[in-house]
Design a protein around this ligand. Structure first.
Ligand code: PGA
Length: 231
């Protein structure tokens, strides 16, 4: 049996793209070659989930992701998109607690913990984003039996969208701290990942959250290919 490391690479489009842009990106899907141990995840804005779901139907190595989920179940919560709905349209992974959600939408550790709970109750894997200052506080807010069912992404604020990707040895240190708390969870890295630097991180992380560089298929595809183990 192969013991090769598994990887997850998430295209986080954030609040970008129109229907035309999404279609253009998706027509290039055949050029995305995903290594055997890797899952590529496309996380579009909510209105395009169905569009992406349809395009990846026959692509077992590409999964659907969401960028957020309601902390509440189905019910009278105007504007909220709940985990049952996400599951219903084919979402397998959801990013929770991204620093942009914490900063611009004032999400708390408790909100994030409730999102984790909602996702897991609906068979969606939560990808919990943390920065160093609050790894422990975020961990403590999550129900003890749920922490080990998450993927955790180390996303240093200073590296997001700045072109200043974090030194690899620091990512390794933080990944260790995350595993000490959460258990043997896959730890992803996010922050200015590009086709040029992705491979450096494959020894210290189990994949990436890719923002800016995921908007162009060619660049995203180079990052996904970087998870191919060297022969
Ligand atoms: P970036 O974003 O790749 O544009 O730095 C990463 C993220 O916010 O997840």
């Amino acid at each position: 049996m192969s013991t090769a490391t598994q990887y997850w690479v998430i295209a986080n489009w954030k609040s970008h793209k129109t229907t035309t842009d999404v279609s253009a990106w998706l027509t290039k899907l055949p050029s995305l070659s995903v290594p055997a141990q890797t899952t590529a995840i496309i996380a579009p804005p909510f209105p395009y989930l169905g569009h992406v779901a349809e395009a990846i139907q026959n692509q077992p190595t590409v999964s659907l992701g969401a960028q957020d989920v309601s902390p509440y179940p189905m019910g009278s919560y105007t504007g909220a998109v709940n985990a049952k709905m996400l599951h219903d349209v084919g979402v397998k992974y959801v990013v929770v607690g991204h620093s942009e959600r914490r900063r611009y939408f004032h999400e708390t550790h408790l909100d994030v913990a409730q999102k984790v709970d909602q996702a897991l109750q609906n068979n969606i894997t939560p990808v919990v984003c943390v920065d160093v200052e609050y790894i422990e506080a975020q961990f403590q807010a999550i129900a003890p039996d749920q922490a080990s069912q998450c993927l955790v992404a180390y996303e240093p604020l200073a590296a997001i969208g700045t072109g200043r990707n974090e030194p690899v040895d620091h990512v390794a240190e933080v990944a260790e701290r995350i595993k000490q708390l959460f258990g043997a969870v896959p730890v992803l890295y996010g922050g200015s990942v590009s086709g040029a630097n992705a491979r450096e991180y494959t020894l210290v992380s189990q994949g990436f959250i890719v923002g800016g560089a995921s908007l162009k298929m060619a660049e995203f595809s180079t990052i996904v290919a970087a998870t191919q183990p060297l022969k």
